[in-house]
Design a protein around this ligand. Structure first.
Ligand code: NAD
Ligand code: TYD
Length: 352
Protein backbone atom coordinates (compact mmCIF):
# COMPACT_ATOMS: atom_id res chain seq x y z
CA UNK A 1 0.00 0.00 0.00
CA UNK A 2 1.28 3.44 -0.92
CA UNK A 3 0.68 6.24 1.58
CA UNK A 4 0.65 9.45 -0.44
CA UNK A 5 0.75 12.83 1.24
CA UNK A 6 -0.97 15.31 -1.07
CA UNK A 7 -0.53 18.87 0.16
CA UNK A 8 -3.03 21.44 -1.12
CA UNK A 9 -5.43 18.65 -2.01
CA UNK A 10 -8.47 20.88 -1.50
CA UNK A 11 -7.36 23.24 -4.27
CA UNK A 12 -7.91 23.03 -8.01
CA UNK A 13 -5.18 20.65 -9.20
CA UNK A 14 -4.77 18.83 -5.87
CA UNK A 15 -8.44 17.82 -5.73
CA UNK A 16 -8.35 16.67 -9.36
CA UNK A 17 -5.22 14.66 -8.53
CA UNK A 18 -6.88 12.98 -5.53
CA UNK A 19 -9.85 11.99 -7.70
CA UNK A 20 -7.45 10.70 -10.35
CA UNK A 21 -5.40 8.57 -7.92
CA UNK A 22 -8.39 7.09 -6.08
CA UNK A 23 -10.04 6.18 -9.38
CA UNK A 24 -6.89 4.60 -10.80
CA UNK A 25 -5.45 2.69 -7.83
CA UNK A 26 -7.14 0.48 -5.21
CA UNK A 27 -4.13 -0.19 -3.04
CA UNK A 28 -3.45 3.38 -1.99
CA UNK A 29 -4.06 5.72 0.94
CA UNK A 30 -4.22 9.45 0.20
CA UNK A 31 -3.70 11.96 3.00
CA UNK A 32 -4.93 15.40 1.95
CA UNK A 33 -3.04 18.01 4.00
CA UNK A 34 -4.55 21.45 3.45
CA UNK A 35 -4.85 24.71 5.40
CA UNK A 36 -8.11 25.59 3.59
CA UNK A 37 -7.18 29.11 2.55
CA UNK A 38 -9.65 31.05 0.38
CA UNK A 39 -8.57 28.76 -2.51
CA UNK A 40 -9.10 25.46 -0.67
CA UNK A 41 -12.54 23.92 -0.68
CA UNK A 42 -13.57 20.54 0.71
CA UNK A 43 -16.64 20.78 -1.50
CA UNK A 44 -14.27 19.61 -4.28
CA UNK A 45 -13.97 16.23 -2.55
CA UNK A 46 -17.46 15.44 -1.24
CA UNK A 47 -17.62 12.21 -3.26
CA UNK A 48 -14.48 10.76 -1.63
CA UNK A 49 -14.82 12.06 1.92
CA UNK A 50 -16.09 8.68 3.25
CA UNK A 51 -13.67 6.58 1.22
CA UNK A 52 -11.53 4.53 3.66
CA UNK A 53 -8.54 5.19 1.37
CA UNK A 54 -8.84 8.95 2.00
CA UNK A 55 -7.95 11.07 5.06
CA UNK A 56 -8.18 14.83 5.44
CA UNK A 57 -5.83 16.74 7.75
CA UNK A 58 -6.56 20.42 8.30
CA UNK A 59 -3.12 21.96 8.82
CA UNK A 60 -0.53 24.33 7.44
CA UNK A 61 2.61 23.14 5.62
CA UNK A 62 4.62 25.71 7.58
CA UNK A 63 3.65 23.95 10.83
CA UNK A 64 6.57 21.59 11.49
CA UNK A 65 4.80 19.65 14.27
CA UNK A 66 1.72 19.06 12.16
CA UNK A 67 3.84 17.84 9.24
CA UNK A 68 5.85 15.53 11.51
CA UNK A 69 2.65 14.14 13.04
CA UNK A 70 1.30 13.24 9.61
CA UNK A 71 4.49 11.47 8.54
CA UNK A 72 4.38 9.44 11.75
CA UNK A 73 0.67 8.66 11.86
CA UNK A 74 0.36 7.57 8.24
CA UNK A 75 3.79 6.15 7.36
CA UNK A 76 4.01 8.47 4.39
CA UNK A 77 6.20 7.13 1.56
CA UNK A 78 5.29 9.60 -1.22
CA UNK A 79 4.84 13.37 -1.11
CA UNK A 80 3.18 15.35 -3.89
CA UNK A 81 3.50 18.99 -2.89
CA UNK A 82 0.82 21.18 -4.48
CA UNK A 83 0.08 23.51 -1.54
CA UNK A 84 0.92 27.07 -2.50
CA UNK A 85 -0.36 30.55 -2.93
CA UNK A 86 -0.95 30.32 -6.66
CA UNK A 87 -2.35 33.57 -8.06
CA UNK A 88 0.05 35.98 -9.78
CA UNK A 89 -2.20 39.03 -9.30
CA UNK A 90 -2.39 38.45 -5.54
CA UNK A 91 1.38 38.03 -5.39
CA UNK A 92 1.71 41.53 -6.84
CA UNK A 93 -0.48 43.08 -4.15
CA UNK A 94 0.59 40.86 -1.22
CA UNK A 95 3.95 39.14 -1.87
CA UNK A 96 4.83 38.20 1.72
CA UNK A 97 2.42 35.28 2.09
CA UNK A 98 3.88 33.83 -1.13
CA UNK A 99 7.37 33.82 0.34
CA UNK A 100 6.16 32.28 3.55
CA UNK A 101 3.90 29.53 2.18
CA UNK A 102 5.69 28.72 -1.04
CA UNK A 103 9.30 28.85 0.15
CA UNK A 104 9.27 28.17 3.89
CA UNK A 105 6.42 25.66 3.60
CA UNK A 106 8.40 23.71 1.00
CA UNK A 107 11.43 23.82 3.31
CA UNK A 108 9.45 22.32 6.18
CA UNK A 109 8.15 19.48 4.02
CA UNK A 110 11.53 18.65 2.49
CA UNK A 111 13.10 18.59 5.91
CA UNK A 112 10.40 16.32 7.31
CA UNK A 113 10.78 13.94 4.35
CA UNK A 114 14.55 13.82 4.90
CA UNK A 115 14.27 13.11 8.65
CA UNK A 116 11.46 10.57 8.44
CA UNK A 117 12.84 8.64 5.47
CA UNK A 118 16.58 8.71 6.23
CA UNK A 119 18.31 5.46 7.19
CA UNK A 120 20.34 7.48 9.78
CA UNK A 121 18.70 10.86 10.49
CA UNK A 122 21.46 11.98 12.91
CA UNK A 123 24.26 11.36 10.38
CA UNK A 124 24.75 14.41 8.13
CA UNK A 125 26.62 12.28 5.59
CA UNK A 126 23.85 9.71 5.25
CA UNK A 127 22.43 9.70 1.72
CA UNK A 128 20.32 6.55 1.89
CA UNK A 129 16.60 6.38 2.45
CA UNK A 130 13.85 3.82 2.94
CA UNK A 131 13.24 2.00 -0.34
CA UNK A 132 10.53 3.41 -2.60
CA UNK A 133 10.15 6.86 -1.00
CA UNK A 134 9.65 9.90 -3.26
CA UNK A 135 9.13 13.63 -2.95
CA UNK A 136 7.58 15.38 -5.96
CA UNK A 137 7.64 19.18 -6.14
CA UNK A 138 4.84 20.60 -8.28
CA UNK A 139 6.52 23.56 -9.92
CA UNK A 140 5.50 25.70 -12.88
CA UNK A 141 6.69 26.87 -16.31
CA UNK A 142 6.60 30.41 -14.87
CA UNK A 143 10.02 29.77 -13.28
CA UNK A 144 11.52 30.28 -16.75
CA UNK A 145 10.15 33.82 -17.11
CA UNK A 146 8.78 35.03 -20.45
CA UNK A 147 9.43 34.10 -24.08
CA UNK A 148 9.40 36.35 -27.13
CA UNK A 149 7.63 35.32 -30.35
CA UNK A 150 9.77 32.20 -30.85
CA UNK A 151 11.30 29.40 -28.83
CA UNK A 152 10.15 26.98 -26.14
CA UNK A 153 11.14 26.39 -22.51
CA UNK A 154 13.25 23.27 -22.06
CA UNK A 155 14.32 21.87 -18.67
CA UNK A 156 17.69 23.59 -19.13
CA UNK A 157 16.34 27.06 -19.96
CA UNK A 158 17.55 29.70 -17.49
CA UNK A 159 15.36 30.32 -14.47
CA UNK A 160 14.27 33.98 -14.78
CA UNK A 161 11.02 34.44 -12.82
CA UNK A 162 9.32 37.83 -13.13
CA UNK A 163 6.52 37.92 -10.54
CA UNK A 164 6.69 37.43 -6.78
CA UNK A 165 4.64 34.25 -7.34
CA UNK A 166 7.03 32.78 -9.88
CA UNK A 167 10.07 33.91 -7.87
CA UNK A 168 8.71 32.10 -4.80
CA UNK A 169 7.99 28.96 -6.86
CA UNK A 170 11.51 29.12 -8.32
CA UNK A 171 12.98 29.35 -4.82
CA UNK A 172 10.99 26.29 -3.75
CA UNK A 173 12.01 24.46 -6.90
CA UNK A 174 15.72 25.22 -6.24
CA UNK A 175 15.44 24.24 -2.58
CA UNK A 176 14.03 20.91 -3.72
CA UNK A 177 16.97 20.47 -6.07
CA UNK A 178 19.35 21.31 -3.20
CA UNK A 179 17.85 18.56 -0.99
CA UNK A 180 18.46 16.13 -3.84
CA UNK A 181 22.05 17.27 -4.34
CA UNK A 182 23.14 17.74 -0.72
CA UNK A 183 21.26 14.96 1.05
CA UNK A 184 20.55 12.57 -1.81
CA UNK A 185 16.80 12.88 -1.08
CA UNK A 186 14.89 11.21 -3.96
CA UNK A 187 13.20 14.34 -5.32
CA UNK A 188 11.52 15.07 -8.63
CA UNK A 189 10.38 18.41 -9.99
CA UNK A 190 7.62 18.95 -12.55
CA UNK A 191 7.15 22.27 -14.35
CA UNK A 192 3.73 22.46 -15.92
CA UNK A 193 2.06 25.04 -18.12
CA UNK A 194 -1.32 26.70 -17.39
CA UNK A 195 -4.06 24.27 -16.35
CA UNK A 196 -7.81 24.52 -16.89
CA UNK A 197 -10.73 22.26 -15.99
CA UNK A 198 -13.23 21.58 -13.18
CA UNK A 199 -12.85 23.02 -9.64
CA UNK A 200 -10.62 25.95 -10.65
CA UNK A 201 -11.19 28.97 -8.44
CA UNK A 202 -12.75 31.84 -10.43
CA UNK A 203 -9.81 34.18 -9.92
CA UNK A 204 -7.97 32.54 -12.84
CA UNK A 205 -8.61 33.48 -16.47
CA UNK A 206 -10.87 30.68 -17.73
CA UNK A 207 -13.31 30.20 -14.82
CA UNK A 208 -13.44 33.97 -14.21
CA UNK A 209 -14.39 34.63 -17.82
CA UNK A 210 -16.97 31.80 -17.85
CA UNK A 211 -18.61 33.08 -14.66
CA UNK A 212 -18.61 36.71 -15.76
CA UNK A 213 -20.10 35.92 -19.16
CA UNK A 214 -22.87 33.84 -17.56
CA UNK A 215 -23.68 36.74 -15.22
CA UNK A 216 -23.31 39.44 -17.93
CA UNK A 217 -20.45 41.04 -15.97
CA UNK A 218 -17.70 42.72 -18.07
CA UNK A 219 -14.75 40.47 -18.98
CA UNK A 220 -11.50 42.21 -17.87
CA UNK A 221 -8.78 41.54 -20.48
CA UNK A 222 -5.35 42.76 -19.39
CA UNK A 223 -3.43 44.99 -21.85
CA UNK A 224 -3.94 44.04 -25.49
CA UNK A 225 -5.03 40.46 -24.68
CA UNK A 226 -2.27 39.06 -26.92
CA UNK A 227 -0.32 37.33 -24.13
CA UNK A 228 0.11 33.65 -24.86
CA UNK A 229 -0.21 30.69 -22.48
CA UNK A 230 0.26 26.97 -23.25
CA UNK A 231 -2.98 25.44 -21.90
CA UNK A 232 -3.27 21.89 -20.57
CA UNK A 233 -6.35 20.12 -19.22
CA UNK A 234 -5.90 19.36 -15.52
CA UNK A 235 -6.52 15.63 -16.08
CA UNK A 236 -3.42 15.56 -18.30
CA UNK A 237 -1.38 17.29 -15.59
CA UNK A 238 -2.55 14.58 -13.14
CA UNK A 239 -1.59 11.75 -15.48
CA UNK A 240 1.81 13.38 -16.07
CA UNK A 241 2.52 13.60 -12.32
CA UNK A 242 1.46 9.97 -11.90
CA UNK A 243 3.79 9.01 -14.77
CA UNK A 244 6.72 10.89 -13.22
CA UNK A 245 6.08 9.21 -9.85
CA UNK A 246 6.04 5.75 -11.44
CA UNK A 247 8.72 6.06 -14.11
CA UNK A 248 10.73 9.26 -13.51
CA UNK A 249 14.37 9.36 -12.51
CA UNK A 250 15.17 10.79 -9.05
CA UNK A 251 16.73 14.24 -9.22
CA UNK A 252 15.32 14.92 -12.67
CA UNK A 253 13.14 17.84 -13.80
CA UNK A 254 10.22 17.22 -16.19
CA UNK A 255 8.41 19.91 -18.17
CA UNK A 256 4.71 19.20 -18.72
CA UNK A 257 2.76 20.84 -21.53
CA UNK A 258 0.41 20.00 -24.36
CA UNK A 259 1.73 22.07 -27.31
CA UNK A 260 -1.35 24.24 -27.10
CA UNK A 261 -0.52 27.94 -27.29
CA UNK A 262 -3.42 30.38 -27.22
CA UNK A 263 -3.71 34.16 -26.93
CA UNK A 264 -5.85 35.30 -23.99
CA UNK A 265 -8.26 37.22 -26.21
CA UNK A 266 -8.93 34.12 -28.32
CA UNK A 267 -9.87 32.19 -25.19
CA UNK A 268 -12.18 34.97 -24.05
CA UNK A 269 -13.90 35.00 -27.46
CA UNK A 270 -14.21 31.22 -27.44
CA UNK A 271 -15.90 31.34 -24.02
CA UNK A 272 -18.31 34.08 -25.07
CA UNK A 273 -19.28 32.04 -28.12
CA UNK A 274 -19.70 28.86 -26.08
CA UNK A 275 -22.14 30.53 -23.67
CA UNK A 276 -23.94 32.46 -26.40
CA UNK A 277 -22.90 35.99 -25.37
CA UNK A 278 -21.53 38.75 -27.60
CA UNK A 279 -18.19 40.51 -27.50
CA UNK A 280 -19.57 43.77 -26.12
CA UNK A 281 -18.87 42.29 -22.67
CA UNK A 282 -15.08 42.47 -23.30
CA UNK A 283 -13.31 45.28 -21.41
CA UNK A 284 -9.62 45.95 -22.06
CA UNK A 285 -8.21 47.01 -18.68
CA UNK A 286 -4.85 48.22 -17.44
CA UNK A 287 -2.15 45.57 -17.92
CA UNK A 288 -0.78 43.44 -15.07
CA UNK A 289 2.61 44.86 -13.96
CA UNK A 290 5.50 42.71 -15.23
CA UNK A 291 3.04 40.69 -17.32
CA UNK A 292 4.84 37.75 -18.98
CA UNK A 293 4.17 37.89 -22.73
CA UNK A 294 4.42 34.26 -23.74
CA UNK A 295 4.92 30.81 -22.16
CA UNK A 296 5.45 27.67 -24.24
CA UNK A 297 6.72 24.27 -23.13
CA UNK A 298 9.01 21.81 -24.91
CA UNK A 299 7.69 18.48 -23.57
CA UNK A 300 10.19 16.24 -25.40
CA UNK A 301 11.74 14.83 -22.22
CA UNK A 302 8.54 13.52 -20.61
CA UNK A 303 7.08 12.27 -23.89
CA UNK A 304 10.19 10.45 -25.11
CA UNK A 305 11.74 9.26 -21.82
CA UNK A 306 8.54 8.38 -19.95
CA UNK A 307 6.04 7.83 -22.77
CA UNK A 308 3.51 10.38 -21.44
CA UNK A 309 1.20 12.22 -23.84
CA UNK A 310 -1.74 14.56 -23.25
CA UNK A 311 -5.10 12.99 -24.09
CA UNK A 312 -7.55 15.87 -23.98
CA UNK A 313 -7.77 18.23 -26.97
CA UNK A 314 -8.35 21.90 -26.19
CA UNK A 315 -11.65 21.94 -28.08
CA UNK A 316 -13.03 18.95 -26.16
CA UNK A 317 -11.55 20.15 -22.84
CA UNK A 318 -13.03 23.63 -23.17
CA UNK A 319 -16.45 22.26 -24.20
CA UNK A 320 -16.48 20.04 -21.10
CA UNK A 321 -15.12 22.78 -18.84
CA UNK A 322 -17.75 25.35 -19.87
CA UNK A 323 -20.43 22.68 -19.39
CA UNK A 324 -19.00 21.78 -15.97
CA UNK A 325 -19.29 25.40 -14.78
CA UNK A 326 -22.83 25.57 -16.19
CA UNK A 327 -23.75 22.38 -14.30
CA UNK A 328 -22.02 23.44 -11.06
CA UNK A 329 -23.36 26.94 -10.44
CA UNK A 330 -23.90 25.96 -6.79
CA UNK A 331 -20.19 25.11 -6.41
CA UNK A 332 -19.25 28.41 -8.04
CA UNK A 333 -21.54 30.45 -5.80
CA UNK A 334 -20.28 28.61 -2.72
CA UNK A 335 -16.64 29.45 -3.42
CA UNK A 336 -17.58 32.98 -4.40
CA UNK A 337 -17.78 33.98 -0.76
CA UNK A 338 -17.46 37.32 0.98
CA UNK A 339 -13.69 36.99 0.92
CA UNK A 340 -13.78 36.53 -2.84
CA UNK A 341 -15.92 39.63 -3.24
CA UNK A 342 -13.36 41.67 -1.30
CA UNK A 343 -10.62 40.20 -3.48
CA UNK A 344 -12.54 41.08 -6.65
CA UNK A 345 -13.15 44.65 -5.48
CA UNK A 346 -9.44 45.11 -4.68
CA UNK A 347 -8.37 43.65 -8.00
CA UNK A 348 -10.85 45.24 -10.39
CA UNK A 349 -12.23 48.18 -8.40
CA UNK A 350 -15.88 47.08 -8.68
CA UNK A 351 -18.11 44.73 -6.72
CA UNK A 352 -18.27 42.01 -9.42
P1 NAD B 1 -4.94 26.51 -5.76
O1 NAD B 1 -4.69 27.91 -5.32
O2 NAD B 1 -6.24 26.18 -6.41
O3 NAD B 1 -4.81 25.53 -4.49
C1 NAD B 1 -3.83 25.68 -3.52
C2 NAD B 1 -4.22 24.82 -2.33
O4 NAD B 1 -3.15 24.93 -1.34
C3 NAD B 1 -5.51 25.27 -1.62
O5 NAD B 1 -6.30 24.14 -1.32
C4 NAD B 1 -5.01 25.95 -0.34
O6 NAD B 1 -5.94 25.84 0.75
C5 NAD B 1 -3.74 25.15 -0.07
N1 NAD B 1 -2.78 25.91 0.75
C6 NAD B 1 -2.36 27.19 0.56
N2 NAD B 1 -1.50 27.53 1.53
C7 NAD B 1 -1.33 26.44 2.32
C8 NAD B 1 -0.55 26.17 3.47
N3 NAD B 1 0.25 27.11 4.00
N4 NAD B 1 -0.61 24.94 4.03
C9 NAD B 1 -1.42 23.99 3.50
N5 NAD B 1 -2.21 24.20 2.42
C10 NAD B 1 -2.16 25.41 1.84
O7 NAD B 1 -3.70 26.13 -6.66
P2 NAD B 1 -3.63 25.18 -7.95
O8 NAD B 1 -3.96 25.97 -9.16
O9 NAD B 1 -4.37 23.93 -7.66
O10 NAD B 1 -2.06 24.90 -8.00
C11 NAD B 1 -1.50 23.82 -7.24
C12 NAD B 1 0.00 23.79 -7.44
O11 NAD B 1 0.29 23.64 -8.83
C13 NAD B 1 0.70 25.07 -7.00
O12 NAD B 1 1.91 24.70 -6.38
C14 NAD B 1 0.96 25.82 -8.30
O13 NAD B 1 2.11 26.63 -8.19
C15 NAD B 1 1.18 24.66 -9.25
N6 NAD B 1 0.86 24.93 -10.67
C16 NAD B 1 -0.36 25.46 -11.00
C17 NAD B 1 -0.67 25.67 -12.33
C18 NAD B 1 -2.02 26.22 -12.73
O14 NAD B 1 -2.23 26.49 -13.91
N7 NAD B 1 -2.97 26.38 -11.83
C19 NAD B 1 0.27 25.36 -13.34
C20 NAD B 1 1.52 24.82 -12.95
C21 NAD B 1 1.79 24.61 -11.62
P1 TYD C 1 -4.00 33.48 -14.88
O1 TYD C 1 -5.17 32.57 -15.05
O2 TYD C 1 -3.98 34.41 -13.71
O3 TYD C 1 -2.68 32.58 -14.94
P2 TYD C 1 -1.13 33.01 -15.05
O4 TYD C 1 -1.00 34.46 -14.74
O5 TYD C 1 -0.50 32.15 -14.00
O6 TYD C 1 -0.71 32.65 -16.44
O7 TYD C 1 -3.89 34.39 -16.18
C1 TYD C 1 -3.76 33.80 -17.47
C2 TYD C 1 -3.59 34.93 -18.46
O8 TYD C 1 -4.80 35.69 -18.50
C3 TYD C 1 -2.50 35.92 -18.07
O9 TYD C 1 -1.85 36.36 -19.25
C4 TYD C 1 -3.25 37.07 -17.43
C5 TYD C 1 -4.59 37.08 -18.18
N1 TYD C 1 -5.76 37.55 -17.41
C6 TYD C 1 -6.57 38.57 -17.93
O10 TYD C 1 -6.33 39.09 -19.03
N2 TYD C 1 -7.65 38.98 -17.19
C7 TYD C 1 -7.94 38.43 -15.96
O11 TYD C 1 -8.92 38.87 -15.31
C8 TYD C 1 -7.09 37.37 -15.46
C9 TYD C 1 -7.37 36.73 -14.13
C10 TYD C 1 -6.02 36.95 -16.23
Amino acid sequence: MKNILVTGGAGFIGSNFIHYILEKYDDVHVVNFDALTYAGNLGNLLDVQDDPRYTFVHADVRDRDAVDAVFEAHEIDTVVHFAAESHVDLSITDPQIFLSTNILGTGVLLDAAKRHWSDAPEDKYCRTYRPGVKYLQVSTDEVYGALGKDGLFTETSPLLPNSPYSASKTSADLLTRAYGETYGLPVQITRCSNNYGPYQFPEKLIPLMIRNSLLDIPLPVYGDGMQIRDWLHVSDHCSAIDTVLRKGTPGRVYNIGGNNERANIDIVRLILKAVGKDESLIRYVRDRPGHDRRYAIDNTRITTELGWAPRCTFEQGMRETVQWYLDHSEWVEQVVSGAYRDYYRDMYGTAQ
